[in-house]
Design a protein around this ligand. Structure first.
Ligand code: FES
Length: 83
C-alpha cells in the first residue's frame, strides 16, 4: 500500500524504506541539511500530521512540533512543512 508524503500542501508518494530527507531529495524538494545524522538540526521541518520513527536518536534540539528528516522514517501518511 502506498503512502503519501505531503510537503507544503503538495502530495508525493512516500517511500517508507527511505528517510524523509531521502524522500524529499528524490522529489527534488529543496531542503537544507549538513550532517545527515541528527546532530546539526539543519534538516528540521514542522510535522503537521502523522508520526515518524527515528533511526538514530536526534542529538540536535528539536521543538515539539518539529522533526529531523535526515534520521527519521514514516510508515504512515505524513504532512510536513519546510522552513
Ligand atoms: S542534516 Fe543535520 S540533523 Fe539532519
Amino acid at each position: 500500500m502506498s503512502r503519501k508524503l505531503t510537503v507544503n500542501d503538495v502530495e508525493y508518494t512516500l517511500d517508507t524504506e527511505k528517510t524523509l530527507l531521502e524522500n524529499l531529495e528524490s522529489q527534488a524538494i529543496n531542503i537544507e541539511f549538513h550532517c545527515r545524522d541528527g546532530h546539526c538540526g539543519a534538516c528540521r521541518c514542522q510535522l503537521l500530521s502523522g508520526e515518524v520513527e527515528y533511526i538514530n536518536y536526534p542529538m540536535a534540539y528539536v521543538r515539539d512540533q518539529d522533526i529531523l528528516t535526515c534520521c527519521s522514517k514514516s510508515t504512515r501518511d505524513i504532512k510536513i512543512k519546510t522552513y
